[in-house]
Structures are given as C-alpha cells and as structure tokens.
Design a protein. Structure first.
Length: 211
C-alpha cells in the first residue's frame, strides 16, 4: 500500500494563509487554516494507506488526531521541501497539501487503489490556479521534484513535464481549487458545506456582520 503525506504549516497567526489578510485578520486566517488542516487530516485517516505522515513546519497542536506520524518539514523553496518529504518514503507515496479541505477519499482513490501503480509512475492532482494539490510517485525519487521552477501558475505543467521527461506515465486526479484568497475560501466552502472549514468561514462571516 501507499504512504500518504500531508505537507503543512502549524496554523499560527501571521505564518499561514497570509493572502487571506485582508479581508481577514491574521488570527482569523489562522483559524481558517486550522480548520482546513483538520479537514485534510480527517480525510487522510479515512483513506486507505500503509502509513500516514504529517510533514510539518512548526509544532503539532490539539488539531492533530491520533494515527498520524509527524516529521519536521525541510527548509528552502517549495520544491526543496517536497523533495525532502518524498525522501522520507520507501515505496509508492502520495503527497497532498493542507489547503484543499474539500478533498475526499474518493478524490484520492485512483492513486490509492491496489492497481494504482500498474503501468503508472506518477499521479498528479491539478489545482485551478495552475499548481497541484496532490502528487504521487511510484518511486519517490526527490530528483523528480527538486528544481521544478515556481511561478505558481506553471507549477503543475512544469512538474508534469519533469515526470514525463523521466519516462513516467502520468495519470490525473480531479482538478480542485485550493484556498489562497478570500474568493477561493468562499467558493470552496460553498462546494463543501459539510466541512469544518465551511463552518469556520460561516462563523467568521456572521461575526463580521454583527460588528
């Protein structure tokens, strides 16, 4: 079975989801980040995996459920941190970010199925903004992600080119919208009203209306 990784930051004010500020305060942005991380970890626990690992910048908090290993996140650019996360793994691994709280086990199911790696070297979950929300590698070689250039709008395309240039067959997971801006937050919450993230956003919106 496959190792499932979530790469995330500790939800501290001023350290996470800074593009939500404004209209939200750093404290409110951190509350939203904690909710989306909780949703992502709950999804991780519901998905079939050999091992579940949170690759964390910062310290675990009460939002961390049992059953998930925690390892420190590497330093440097995003590609360097992703490469370090994959270097922790032996055997197939799928890495997801913390900012798609609407993601479900069904979204990940093709990459976690028993035949997921049959004639397939990689899975990629495109994000609406040109990045990706999930990346799976049959052989988690850090060189497959290290050095992939980032502007965000080209990350998915550049990563796909890196994988195909290495001779890998790449299959797609569903495209999702990740939460970077307030517009993203409202769109994602509307699409997944059952999530902790949607509840947290509704509470913040109602509090603002009362002020």
């Amino acid at each position: 079975m496959t190792t499932l990784l979530v790469i995330a930051k500790e939800p501290l004010p001023g350290r996470v989801k800074t593009r939500l500020t404004p209209p939200y305060t750093p404290q409110e942005a951190a509350l939203l980040a904690e909710a989306m991380l909780a949703d992502t970890l709950a999804m991780m626990l519901a998905a079939p995996a050999r091992r579940r690992v949170l690759v964390l910048e910062g310290e675990p908090g009460p939002w961390l459920p049992p059953g998930i290993d925690v390892v420190p996140q590497g330093q440097g650019r995003l590609d360097e941190r992703l490469a370090a996360a994959f270097a922790l793994c032996t055997g197939p691994a799928v890495l997801i970010a913390m900012d798609t709280p609407q993601a479900t086990p069904a979204d990940l199911a093709p990459a976690l199925a028993e035949d997921a790696w049959h004639h397939c070297g990689a899975w990629i979950g495109p994000a609406l903004d040109g990045g990706f929300w999930a990346l799976g590698l049959a052989e988690p070689d850090p060189a497959l992600v290290h050095g992939v250039p980032v502007p965000e709008s080209e990350v998915c395309a550049q990563q796909r080119r890196r994988l195909t240039a290495a001779g890998l067959t790449v299959r797609d997971l569903p495209m999702l919208r990740d939460v970077d801006t307030a517009a993203d937050a409202h769109a994602v919450a509307a699409s997944a009203p059952h999530t902790r993230f949607a509840t947290a956003l509704t509470q913040l919106t109602r509090a603002a209306e009362r002020r």
